[in-house]
Design a binder for this molecule. Structure first.
Ligand SMILES: [Zn+2]
Length: 216
């Protein structure tokens, strides 16, 4: 488990991370998150999807972080700061002071300790690894092709997968009925989203992930 201190550094400062044994210089994750919110179509929308102009998951995550910061600022009687990087630094520094002074109890402190690593996890999920593919075909579960998501009409089914880690299970989700599918087998046989040939070139045989009943 990553320490909260390290999580706050990753969120708010330029830092070095080790990815696949290589040292990689990265900006503050909160800044990367903000940048990817405006980088239109930089990621995902593979197979001729609906061409959603903004990254909804990123927007949602930014809103989540903003709400959490507000709650923590309120709990600590801090003046609200709009900038997420500055607000995070201020909240963590002040929370540590309050804890040292015995003014934050164990339960509340655990919440502070858990919060920042949770953001790191969510941001790295949202910003770097997964690509997402909007499905044009209807949801196999509810039959809907479109859903209203945060006021916009979008495809019902979206698939998230990890181009850098193909051994990691992709996840498909319907925004209309919230049905979920996990794994390449489900992507291929249930959602028909996998290009078998493309995966074969990467050394992945989707048939090994298929339910036994579907195998010839
Ligand atoms: Zn559905």
């Amino acid at each position: 488990m990553e320490s909260t201190e390290r999580a706050v550094v990753r969120l708010t400062e330029a830092h070095t991370e080790h990815e696949n044994g290589k040292a990689v210089e990265r900006g503050p994750l909160l800044v990367e998150l903000a940048e990817s919110a405006t980088a239109q179509g930089a990621r995902g929308s593979g197979s001729g999807g609906a061409g959603i102009p903004i990254n909804l998951g990123v927007i949602e995550l930014q809103a989540h972080i903003g709400r959490k910061l507000k709650l923590m600022e309120k709990a600590l009687f801090l003046r609200p700061v709009k900038d997420h990087v500055e607000a995070t630094k201020a909240v963590w520094a002040y929370a540590k002071d309050e804890r040292a002074g015995g003014r934050i109890d164990d339960a509340a402190w655990e919440q502070f300790e858990r919060e920042f690593p949770d953001w790191v996890h969510r941001i790295t999920e949202e910003v770097s690894p997964p690509a997402s593919t909007e499905m044009i075909a209807p949801c196999p579960e509810c039959g809907e092709t479109r859903a209203i998501y945060r006021g916009d009409s979008v495809t019902a089914v979206v698939v998230k997968w990890y181009p850098e880690e193909l051994d990691r299970a992709p996840i498909g989700k319907c925004r209309f009925c919230e049905a979920e599918w996990v794994g390449w087998g489900a992507m291929h046989y249930t959602l028909d989203v996998v290009d078998r040939g493309a995966l074969a070139k990467l050394g992945i045989d989707v048939s090994v992930f298929a339910p036994k009943t579907l195998l010839p």
